[in-house]
Design a protein around this ligand. Structure first.
Ligand SMILES: Cc1cc2nc3c(=O)[nH]c(=O)nc-3n(C[C@H](O)[C@H](O)[C@H](O)COP(=O)(O)OP(=O)(O)OC[C@H]3O[C@@H](n4cnc5c(N)ncnc54)[C@H](O)[C@@H]3O)c2cc1C
Length: 369
């Protein structure tokens, strides 16, 4: 049984059901939906990753699984636009990740500011900046990915309860009872993948996850130089904040978000809409003005979403400390979507085979005790 069928839960539901395991998914909404962390059309997928070779290996396996999901669903889910990472080389270095990513065979290029401007004249860069360009990186259509997991999971025999809120989880020897606002269900194992709502399951699950309100905006570019067929996804820092974004896909506008900052959110609280705070638009616009000035046109659309931060911003994927037939997958800290395909596989491995299939010790919940 899966409590929380968003990016991670729906992926796990797909993996379990296609292995022939009886699977019940329960979600408080009707996924994909706009109340959690997976909506807003697109998510970046990159393979050259900070945090060590483990992440790169996971990203590469995730990529393989995304391709398989595209084949199985017949949906276009991944767009290899490339991703351009801009950084101030006087303050920041990518050297560590270059080394282990190259050893794992990930293609990337290191570029000077002048080389970036020659290839993408729509980028403005101070001379001290350099870039790392990943040609095989790109974007995932996140809502469509969750919809594809759902469709295939149901086709494989999984059951999904939508608009059903898990209120309590109660293990008893070899089974686990899951109480919801619509009734009670029992299973041999339960995955808890509750995104921004983990706190509602305390004291049974107590994880140091802080949910944060995040905004993204779509801006009208003044030329077609930012279209997805000629402009990559991007990340950059300007010394005061870190930003990421997407080329204009199908005329939707250049999408940009700020990775750091944001206001705390607690389950049950109203989530203020985009524009409720002056910085919602102002932060994004000033970042575009500095690096992608031709993209800082009219605000076409804004959206609000949630990050779930752990204290070290690494994930939690582990067994419940007191109940090994309850698995926990949370705290994806604003960078988890690209991994959701492989997180589903890890969780399904643990339930079906009793092992994760990859060394994921770094994601243990015990590191916070
Ligand atoms: C603005 C923004 C931009 C991002 N950009 C990127 C990016 O570029 N690349 C990237 O890799 N990642 C990115 N992320 C992060 C990524 O989207 C998240 O890490 C990922 O979606 C987390 O998945 P999840 O399954 O934990 O949460 P969710 O997808 O939110 O799923 C949790 C589910 O649990 C359900 N639920 C919760 N509590 C209960 C309950 N008690 N009962 C029943 N159901 C419950 C919810 O309804 C929800 O469907 C971004 C996130 C945001 C917000």
């Amino acid at each position: 049984m899966i409590a929380g069928a968003g990016a991670m839960g729906m992926s796990a539901g797909y993996e379990l059901s296609r292995r022939g395991l009886k699977t019940l998914l329960i979600d408080a909404f009707d996924p994909p939906h706009a109340h959690g962390s997976h909506h807003g059309d697109t998510r970046l997928i990159r393979h050259v990753y900070s945090g060590g070779a483990d992440y790169v290996k996971l990203a590469l396996r995730a990529d393989e699984l995304w391709r398989e999901l595209e084949d199985a669903s017949g949906e276009k889910l991944l767009e290899r636009t490339g991703v351009l990472n801009l950084f101030d080389s006087s303050a920041y270095s990518y050297e560590d990740r270059f080394q282990y990513s190259a050893e794992l065979g990930v293609p990337f290029e290191e570029l000077s500011a002048a080389q970036v401007q020659e290839r993408w004249p729509a980028v403005r860069l101070p001379d001290s900046y350099r870039a790392m360009y990943e040609p095989e990186a790109g974007l995932l259509y996140s809502d469509k990915c969750v919809a594809a997991f759902r469709k295939l999971a149901l086709q494989a025999g999984a059951k999904l309860l939508t608009d059903t809120f898990v209120t309590r989880i109660e293990p008893a020897s070899s089974i686990v009872a899951v109480h919801t606002d619509k009734g009670e269900y029992v299973a041999g194992s339960v995955i808890v993948s509750a995104g921004a709502w983990f706190r509602t399951l305390e004291p049974f699950v107590r994880l140091p996850i802080r949910a944060v309100r995040k905004v993204v905006g779509w801006f009208e570019p003044e030329t077609n130089a930012y279209d997805a067929d000629r402009f990559p996804g991007f990340t950059f820092g300007d010394g005061t904040g870190g930003y990421y974004g997407f080329p204009s896909v199908g005329g939707a506008g250049v999408k940009i978000g700020r990775h750091d900052g944001g206001r705390d959110w607690k389950p049950g609280e109203e989530l203020a809409p985009f524009g409720a705070y002056p910085e919602d638009e102002a932060d994004l616009r000033q970042a575009l003005n500095a690096f992608l000035p031709g993209a800082a046109g009219k605000l076409l659309r804004g959206s609000v979403c949630k990050y779930e931060h752990t204290p070290d911003e690494h994930f939690i994927i582990d067994k419940h400390p007191g109940h090994p037939n309850v698995l926990l997958a949370g705290g994806f800290s604003g960078h988890g979507f690209k991994f959701s395909s492989v997180v589903g596989e890890l969780l399904a491995n643990q339930i079906e085979l009793g092992r994760w299939g990859q060394d994921i010790g770094r994601f243990s919940a015990a590191r916070f005790s």
